[in-house]
Design a protein around this ligand. Sequence first.
Ligand code: APR
Ligand code: PHB
Length: 393
Amino acid sequence: MRTQVGIIGSGPAGLLLSQLLHLQGIDTVILERQSREHVQGRIRAGVLEMGTVQMLRDAQVHERMEREGIIHEGIGLAFAGRTERIDFAKHTGGGTVMIYGQTEVTRDLIEARLAAGGILKYECPAVAVEDYDTNQPRIIYEEDGQRKELVCDFVAGCDGYHGVSRQSVPQDKLTVYEKIYPFGWLGILSDVPPIDKELIYANHERGFALCSMRSHTRSRYYVQCGLDDRVENWTDDAFWDELRRRLPERVADNLVTGPRLEMSIAPLRSFVAEPMRFGNLFLAGDAAHIVPPTGAKGLNLAASDIFYLSRALIAYYGEKRTDLLDRYSETALRRVWKAIRFSWWFTSMTHRFDDDPINRRLQIAELDYITGSEAGQTTMAENYIGLPFETFE
Ligand code: APR
Ligand code: PHB
């Protein structure tokens, strides 16, 4: 089989790239290891930056998002028994975020690709990328137990942290930066109304907690847990009790509890692999970088990589230009590192790391400063709503 851009992975990065290229008449094939049901069933974060929202509009997959998504103009930061609001709109000249689950974004993109006759091959794991240093890179993949080949002009490695793209290049050509945090997040999804109109991030001596939502009737909550903790250790009641204890009393009083639709534990990691280009193989999204979920930057960073990569490929096919392809890695990485920094900082300020009392007092002082100063509120707001994309044309 042959295509112009071979895409490994049908997460948000691969799907968005495929859709944006399709709208410019560029052919793609997506190879995905899992089944469509598996991909659509994964529960992930649910906060879209304005830049991501605009990209979904550009990709013409915005209708359901505009209808069902909820615009938020701020978040709450809870600490030392009180809750302070960060007003995004006020500190960024009208900036907002959109509450709309990654699960829904993925579904909308899959439906749009299929409706346009796009080729999405599920249960077709890529096993290697070969000849990426030539102008005919090939993806070796399996279909029904048989080994097959997809010959391409370019390969987009959008296959997540555990994918095969990053593994297909000589490891001495990669520089890897990594930080593993000594805790995880235990999350619950439940059909109960959210505790508040906006998200609340809570620093508490028992550990971090986050009150999030998917809609006016569906809530997503998290509590920081140990790395060795297991979902089997938690009943629904135990989760709700722990969450309540980590919130200021006035907030906790509004908590409505219900049975879980899902409960899971996620570890926290910061990770960057540089560069994001090897010849005609381009890495994007989780294949190249991971952020801890504090601040919900994972999906948004995948979208910003695709902002640059789609433009570079469109300039190549439309105008035979290679300069944007040459600048992709350095340009994408500048924004990646700023989000890596923000997610690390937000995590550091809100989670319990150890029992040393000075660290907690420093966190409280920092939260007090950030929420009390105009400069501090602006820092939080402009990073949370998403830093601007660079001009790339
Ligand atoms: N062959 C084909 N597909 C693969 C392979 C492989 N060898 N390895 C992994 N995949 C698929 C995975 O099954 C997954 O569907 O690649 C896809 C990668 O998608 P995501 O993990 O969603 O990554 P990405 O598109 O970069 O989106 C980043 O999504 O995963 C979240 O937390 C992440 O929010 C972030 C965002
Ligand atoms: C979520 O809704 O799952 C979510 C929201 C905000 C975050 C992380 C996760 O920072």
